[in-house]
Ligand binder design. Structure first.
Ligand code: PEP
Ligand code: MG
Length: 591
């Protein structure tokens, strides 16, 4: 079906997942196979099963070839795990066994596979954790590869895409993203995708501007349509006018200039003008991303989300594997602290052998520490691995979603038991290992002075704190307008947490997304946080602001903000303050 000409200056807004400005021409990369679903007769079942099994074999060969090619490229080696995940998915009983079962029920291979993929998608949709939910894209990528093979669509390599192209795709698999050549491809935009998909993570690590979640952009464009994408704001402009081109060329130059300028901050310390040092640490999802943290001069890891170690596999990692993985991160951290958060999953989806029941309200169900204390066995294995690793470097252990004192006491009791076991076995660990809790539930804020007596540090998880405080599902786009970090209730919660930590003389960090937003740096320092942990790419920008503000000014600003009754007033006051203090950074529209 032909597409009508794209109107001049057609603006679209998606989710900007990797910053930078790309200006070029569309190269449509649509690999979606046309699926012919049909019923088959009993006598055709065996041949259809064989056709499906051959397709699985072929997909395995293709992935192994890509893996070999990728392993030869040093800068991509850290992402090889994605291909391993895809190879594992090809062995998944639900996918392969489920499809074979549907073929035996007289459906052709394409139809059977499509049906099973739908069921798997529905399972993933129920997952509360955004990152885990988006792992669905890996299953989709493997499913599409199989469907392409079954329907005879030949594999088009993203490597053959023309120079200076902006790739427009319905969805890009991590495998495709990882094969992109940065010198050829200026950016990409997709119909599907979310902020924490593997594809988004890769785009950031490859430094390719990217906007995802545009819903139907593939149906609006064709090859060679001029396009501009802004990976920070999520704006995409199809068929830009000469004036828009000019404006964005200037923005592109400013962005590149700013990036180069930010490099100057790498070797500078993170201190305010009144000489208060604020530790800027990195959040880590995948062990190999510790490279990124180092590249941006992070002072250690403020949050290691260990649930990613358990992902995309049928068996959870054993003690030895976890120990090795933690030690490797510690080795790379070169003496800086590594804060290991114990498993934070929202259900049983990724630990299938436990067979826990589905929950109707998983965000408030057997999640995080509740799951660990309920299940026990996995928790003890993880604690043993963390304790053993504590002799390889500076480990801090952190428990997620603590809502009462009894919970943290239960954790500490188990930790003591494991220390006693290690003592008996003559295995070393750091006896002074720091223990912390995530402050991310309203009850934890209300009893922060009591929790502070139990631990060495607090780390505020604003992503969940906002969700639970304001009763707004953090993954639901229909209530996203209520998800507000500057709500007076949130400011009060942050202040109460910092005050409790200060009174008890313990450390206080913030590791939710709010920490990486440089507009809030003055407020966070004024509230009393002395550690900010964030996506490593945000560190230079936050450091630049930090070095030009004082803690004292932050405290005065916070005193004022706490008198305000709406987030609109709070937000206007912060913007005004930052624009006045740092006009070179905040007076411009964000790049
Ligand atoms: C948070 O809730 O702010 C947090 C850092 O943890 P996660 O996003 O992993 O829930
Ligand atoms: Mg959380």
């Amino acid at each position: 079906m032909g597409k009508i000409k794209v109107a001049e200056d057609t603006y679209l807004v998606g989710i900007g997942v990797s910053p930078g400005i790309g200006i070029g021409e569309v190269s449509l990369f649509d690999q979606r196979p046309l699926v012919n679903q049909a019923l088959i007769e009993t006598k055709e079942v065996d041949a259809e099963l064989l056709r499906f099994q051959q397709a699985v074999e072929r997909a395995r060969d293709q992935l192994k070839k890509i893996k070999l090619a990728v392993s030869r490229q040093q800068h991509l080696r850290e992402h090889l795990y994605i291909l391993d995940t895809h190879l594992l998915i090809l062995e998944d009983e639900m996918l392969v066994g489920g499809t074979e079962k549907a073929i035996r029920a007289q459906m052709n291979a394409e139809g059977a596979l499509t049906q099973v993929l739908e069921q798997l998608r529905a399972l993933f949709d129920d997952i509360e954790d955004e990152y885990l939910r988006e792992r669905r894209s890996d299953v989709d990528a493997v499913g599409e590869r199989l469907l392409r093979i079954l329907s005879g669509v030949s594999e088009r390599s993203i490597k053959n895409i023309g120079r200076n192209s902006l790739v427009v795709a319905h969805n890009l698999s991590p495998t495709e993203t990882m094969q992109m050549d940065r010198s050829h491809i200026l950016g990409f935009i997709t119909d599907k995708g979310g902020r924490t998909s593997h594809t988004a993570i890769l785009a950031r690590s490859l430094n390719i501007p990217a906007v995802v979640g545009l819903e139907s952009v593939t149906s609006m464009v064709f090859d060679r349509v001029p396009v501009i994408i802004d990976g920070s704001s999520g704006v995409v402009i199809l068929n830009p006018s000469e004036k828009t081109f000019e404006e964005y060329r200037e923005r592109q130059q400013s962005y590149e200039y700013l990036e180069r300028e930010l490099d100057d901050y790498l070797d500078l310390s993170a201190v305010t003008t009144d000489q208060v040092h604020i530790a800027l640490r990195a959040n880590l999802e995948i062990a190999s991303d510790v490279e990124q943290a180092k590249k941006h001069a992070a002072e250690g890891i403020g949050l290691y989300r260990t649930e990613f170690l358990y992902l995309g596999r049928s068996e959870p990692p054993d003690e030895e594997e976890q120990y090795q993985s933690y030690c490797e991160i510690l080795r790379q951290a070169e003496g800086e602290p590594v804060t290991i958060r114990t498993l934070d999953i929202g259900g049983d989806k990724f630990v299938p052998e436990l067979n826990l029941e589905d929950e109707s309200n998983p965000a408030m169900g057997l999640r995080a520490i509740r799951f660990s204390l309920y299940e026990g066995r996995l928790f003890k294995i993880q604690l043993r691995a963390i304790l053993r690793a504590s002799s390889c470097g500076q480990v801090r252990i952190m428990f997620p979603m603590i809502s009462g004192v009894a919970e943290i006491r239960a954790c500490k009791k188990i930790l003591c038991e494991i220390q006693a076991q290690l003592d008996r076995a003559g295995i070393g660990y750091d006896p002074d290992l720091a223990i912390g809790v995530m402050i991310e539930t309203p009850s934890a804020v209300m009893i922060a002075p009591l929790l502070a007596l139990e631990v060495d540090f607090f780390s505020v998880g604003t992503n969940d704190l906002i969700q639970y405080f304001l009763a707004v599902d953090r993954g639901n786009e229909h209530v996203a307008y209520l998800y507000d970090p500057l709500h007076p209730a949130i400011l009060r919660a942050l202040k109460a947490t910092c005050d409790a930590a200060k009174d008890a003389g313990i450390g206080v960090c913030i590791c939710g997304e709010m920490a990486g937003e440089s507009l809030y740096t003055l407020v966070l320092v004024g509230l009393g946080f002395h550690e900010l942990s964030m996506n490593p790419g945000c560190i230079p920008r936050v450091k630049r602001v930090l070095r030009q503000i004082s803690k004292q000014d932050g405290e005065s600003l916070v005193d004022n903000l706490l008198l305000m009754s709406t987030s609109k007033e709070v937000s206007a006051a912060i913007e005004k303050e930052m624009r006045t203090r740092l006009p070179d950074i905040f007076a411009q529209p964000p790049i």
